[in-house]
Write a protein that binds this ligand. Structure first.
Ligand SMILES: [Zn+2]
Length: 107
């Protein structure tokens, strides 16, 4: 599995946890969470770093607009700790990616 699709899966999993707990639409995402997921997925696909991209939390570009950034931050704050319970593998992969993202550039 490539980094980008894993990033997508991680974001989707976090939004699903958040929506399920906060908005109670059963297994479907509510409209605003679906919109957020579509937006996040589009940003991931369009990311200029491609497969070298650091995890979004460490990214220097901050490509989300202000409204979506606030939303995704809230989702991550809520779902981040819960990911360890629901999606331990994804969560670990995300953790290692964030380590990798903070590495120094080769001299
Ligand atoms: Zn929702």
């Amino acid at each position: 599995m490539g980094r980008l699709s894993r990033e997508h899966q991680t974001v989707e999993a976090m939004i699903r946890i958040y929506c399920h707990d906060k908005h109670l639409f059963g297994d479907e995402l509510c409209d605003s969470c679906q919109e957020l997921l579509n937006y996040a997925a589009y940003r991931i696909v369009r990311c200029p770093f491609g497969d070298d991209k650091p995890s979004c939390a460490k990214c220097t570009i901050h490509c989300y607009n202000a409204k979506m950034r606030d939303k995704i931050k809230e989702v991550m704050r809520y779902s981040g700790p819960r990911m360890v319970v629901y999606h331990p593998i994804l969560s670990l992969a995300h953790y290692f990616d964030s380590l990798k993202g903070s590495r120094e550039l080769p001299r």
